[in-house]
Design a protein around this ligand. Structure first.
Ligand SMILES: NC(=O)c1ccc[n+]([C@@H]2O[C@H](COP(=O)([O-])OP(=O)(O)OC[C@H]3O[C@@H](n4cnc5c(N)ncnc54)[C@H](O)[C@@H]3O)[C@@H](O)[C@H]2O)c1
Length: 368
């Protein structure tokens, strides 16, 4: 019998992107060997490398391949080489472009702090307990980042009556579909969902609240709560362990995901997913292209490797295989292996400080 084949487009991008995506691909391939799948890896260009080779940050060929694939795995884009382009293109434009082309409107950012890495969180041990595992589901295509923008006709910032505005506008359709993503994610986790809004002040948030109160009746297996965004920001540092899944708007999610990632410690460990209506999704580490350590075998590949379990769960429906990767990462951390960014001089064994390739190989070897 022929093996089930999944077509995965990889976009290594710039800086450390190729190093870390390479390690994640090895992990995927090994899972294929163990569990009997074929992962057909289709590498495409995006970002600075695409500007250099194709003259655009997002070649059509990359969009076409991504649209025809089962899932897309991205490294990172950008770097000083492309910071001063004069033609209006930028590596990051490729990222926005591909999200638009794939119609991705939900950004899922887990903030996971492994107990072995408690020292990387700025919070006290009594608050962190045995580690953290929060998922923030952020709406990605609506709200004031995309709402109507306006300036006073005579725009002069030395004049007190000059004004500017960004419209925070959401439709029921946009809110309902992201809330459902939140509920579905909660069902795959600890079945707790907190909707974050500012319904005491904002009309748009009152719409969020009202849709939330209707939709939650369909998910009676999920425990629900609501928080005003200012309180949510406070609770994330006071008592982050109360959260399982948080669902919120574009701007609130932008701020809360950054806060949650700091609470969870090293950016070298954090993955993310962007999803649309079908199963096609884009998976990537939350960090950038780290040009300062590119090509030096210093980058932590775990954020990208941990993007693969998300890809497996949300795009391919491979839950058992996803868990196998998370268990392997846990095992490698338990054995004391650390890349430089998560190495603690006081506590960790210097003989177990490893580079990108070694960390990738350790995870591959630990897969069961
Ligand atoms: N999604 C993306 O592709 C994305 C996201 C953020 C920034 N960027 C781009 O990346 C470039 C660099 O941005 P930056 O320096 O602000 O952020 P960055 O995340 O690339 O790096 C910040 C710091 O964290 C370190 N770091 C990041 N990832 C690491 C890893 N896996 N292992 C070990 N250390 C790691 C870096 O060495 C650096 O010291 C810029 O061009 C920026 O526009 C891209």
């Amino acid at each position: 019998m022929s093996k089930k084949t999944f077509n995965i487009v990889t976009l290594p991008g710039d800086g450390i992107g190729p190093d870390i995506v390479g390690e994640a691909v090895k992990v995927m391939k090994r899972i294929g060997e163990i569990y009997g799948y074929e992962f057909n890896i289709i590498e495409k260009r995006m970002g600075g490398i695409a500007i250099d080779v194709d003259g655009t940050s997002l070649p059509q060929d990359t969009i076409d391949a991504a649209l025809a694939s089962d899932a897309v795995l991205l490294g990172a884009v950008g770097g000083p080489k492309w910071d001063h382009l004069t033609n209006g293109d930028r590596p990051e434009k490729g990222l926005l472009g591909i999200r638009g082309a794939l119609k991705l409107y939900a950004n899922l950012r887990p903030a996971v702090l492994y107990p072995q890495l408690k020292h990387t969180s700025p919070l006290k041990e009594e608050i962190i307990g045995d580690g953290l595992d929060i998922l923030v589901v952020r709406e990605l295509t609506g709200g004031m980042y995309f709402g109507e923008k306006a300036n006073s006709p005579a725009y002069d910032t030395t004049k007190p009556d000059t004004w500017a505005s960004d419209l925070e506008k959401y439709s029921v359709f946009e809110v309902e579909r992201i809330l459902r993503k939140g509920f579905e994610a909660a069902r795959k986790r600890n079945k707790k969902l907190c909707c974050v809004h500012k319904a005491n002040v904002l009309e748009s948030s009152r719409l969020w609240r009202s849709v939330f109160e209707r939709v939650k009746l369909e998910y009676t297996d999920v425990e629900t709560s609501e928080l005003y965004v200012d309180n949510a920001a406070m609770q994330l540092v006071r008592n982050p362990r109360q959260f399982d899944v948080i669902v919120t708007s574009n701007i609130f999610g932008d701020i809360l995901t950054d806060e949650a990632s700091q609470v969870a410690g090293s950016i070298g460990m954090l993955a993310s997913a962007s999803l649309g209506d079908g199963t096609l999704g884009l998976y990537e580490p939350i960090h950038g292209s780290a040009p300062d350590i590119a090509g030096k075998n210093l980058a932590n590949p775990l954020a990208t490797i941990l993007s693969v379990p998300m890809l497996f769960r949300y795009s391919l429906g491979l839950d058992k295989e996803a868990k196998a990767i998370e268990d392997a990462v846990n095992e490698v951390l338990n054995a004391g292996y650390r890349t430089g960014d998560i190495f603690n001089k006081e506590k960790d064994d210097p003989s177990k400080k490893v580079g990108t390739k070694e960390m990738g190989a350790l995870v591959v070897a630990a897969l069961k």
